[in-house]
Design a protein around this ligand. Structure first.
Ligand code: SAH
Ligand code: DHB
Ligand code: MG
Length: 223
């Protein structure tokens, strides 16, 4: 099995059950034209996020890492009319591209992008009394995934979900001696969740157009 097969299967899924409409295609094109890296969730992964939003009946979503707004558009569309998504993005140029694509996709009213390194934005959100959230999608700088998870855990309602992208990292998650700090961060997160009664979690390994990686999905338990 190889990357060509993984991509062909994603293409088939895209031709059948996961439709990518004009607004999403334009968002990808706008991001590419502006020189953003093409690291957004794949269409099937994005569809999973949208389904999770609907499954938990989410009304309040927090996203770490906006990029060009692709995952934000998908999740915002799955929200009810009065639902809101806050997305945190360190790069002001990316945020501007995302803002335009989010507006063009018709979900501008639902999405608020906060520009700045997420760890610096979180105290402001705290002061504003943001949350509790029904779903948190962690997809920013990977070394901070455990820090974002920890913040999110205190602010996600029971029955809510915390999802983290890019935790498997070509399988390096299993390698205790991997020198990559981002990988070590995912290992620490998994180890810390082993003794964490507040969540019930799993990690699903994924292949597709983005190669070999995986999502961590954690359900927040009642206190
Ligand atoms: N969720 C997006 C992809 C995000 S890619 C999608 O699927 O469409 C990761 C993003 O995190 C990049 O845009 C990057 O600029 C941003 N990022 C990196 N470090 C960050 C930080 N410290 N705080 C907030 N965002 C950060
Ligand atoms: C990168 C970031 C992501 O969120 C992703 O899904 C893939 C790659 C990156 O920073 O390289
Ligand atoms: Mg990602």
């Amino acid at each position: 099995m190889d990357q060509e097969t993984f991509s062909a299967v994603d293409a088939f899924i895209g031709e059948t059950i996961v439709e990518e409409d004009e607004a999403l295609r334009r968002a990808v094109e706008a991001a590419e034209a502006a020189g953003l890296p093409a690291i957004q969730v794949s269409p099937p992964q994005g569809k999973l996020l949208a389904l999770l939003v609907r499954l938990v009946g989410a009304r309040r979503i927090l996203e770490f890492g906006t990029l060009g707004g692709y995952s934000a558009i998908l999740m915002a569309r799955a929200l009810p009319e009065d639902g809101r998504l806050i997305s945190l993005e360190a790069n002001p140029e990316y945020a501007e591209v995302a803002r335009a694509s989010i507006e063009a996709a018709g979900v501008g009213e639902k999405v608020e992008i906060r520009v700045g390194p997420a760890l610096e934005t979180l105290p402001t959100l705290e002061e504003e009394g943001a949350g509790p959230f029904d779903l948190v999608f962690i997809d920013a700088d990977k070394v901070n995934t455990p820090n974002y998870f920890s913040w999110a855990l205190d602010r996600t309602r029971p029955g809510g979900l915390i999802v983290a992208d890019n935790v498997v990292r070509d399988g390096s998650l299993a390698d205790a001696s991997d020198p990559d700090e981002a990988t070590q961060a995912q290992r620490r997160l998994h180890e810390s969740l082993a003794g964490e009664p507040r969540v019930d979690a799993t990690t699903i390994q994924t292949v597709g157009v983005k190669g070999y990686d995986g999502f961590l999905v954690a359900l927040v338990e009642p206190a």
